[in-house]
Design a protein around this ligand. Structure first.
Ligand code: I22
Ligand code: ZN
Length: 191
């Protein structure tokens, strides 16, 4: 087997092993799906944030809700706090990166909004601070983490904790579950 083929097989095996252990997450994911639908039906929004690949996931999922996932339906309120470079740079430069999401949550989150903080390590300080701010703002708090997500889960109403310490597998399982959540939400808003 080539070196690449060996790597590919290793990644697929690790990915499948992690996916297989997600059965335990069905109840929490169902609760998150209900929370998204309840908030959106009440005219509230879903707010996402995370670092690196999780910033991309935050943007990806916000886009699915605002635009569409698979079917045409009305626009749904969602925003990723990872996209405005003026806010990101001004806040990091003037106050520090640790509160870059908390500040935006303070500015934008309303009681009843759902706030989704994504961290594969579960230890990123800016994600933890953002979740704390969401609690203080009266939001429904959701964490997406890898297996060491206790600090985020302690702040969350619903904690989706992928049973892997490997960033890539956690990211892949976050996006997979995010897509199912979007599918469920779209079904609830079918015309
Ligand atoms: O995508 C990857 C690795 O797959 C990286 O960009 C990764 O997201 C970054 O290192 C993040 O800073 C990790 O943060 P976190 O998920 O531990 O909160
Ligand atoms: Zn990545």
């Amino acid at each position: 087997m080539s070196e690449f083929a060996t790597m590919l097989k290793g990644h697929i095996d690790g990915h499948l092993d992690t996916i297989k252990r997600l059965d335990d997450c069905g109840a929490v994911l169902s609760a998150i799906a209900d929370a998204w639908v309840t908030a959106l039906k009440a005219g509230k929004k879903v707010i996402f944030f995370g670092n690196g690949g999780s910033a991309a996931d935050a943007q990806h999922l916000a886009a699915e809700l605002v635009v569409r996932y698979r079917i045409n339906r009305r626009a749904l309120g969602a925003i990723a706090l990872t996209t405005d470079t003026s806010i990101l740079t001004a806040h990091s430069n003037d106050y520090g990166f640790e509160t870059v999401f908390a500040r935006q949550v303070e500015a934008l989150a309303q009681p009843g909004d759902v706030v989704v903080g994504i961290s594969t390590s579960g230890t990123s300080k800016n994600v933890i601070a953002g979740l704390k701010a969401a609690r203080e703002s009266g939001c429904v708090v959701v964490s997406f983490t890898g297996q060491n997500g206790a600090d985020c889960a302690a702040l969350a109403d619903h904690a989706y904790c992928v049973p892997s310490p490997i960033t890539a597998y956690a990211q892949e399982c976050h996006l997979m579950a995010g897509h199912v959540l979007c599918e469920f939400v779209e079904a609830a808003f079918r015309d």
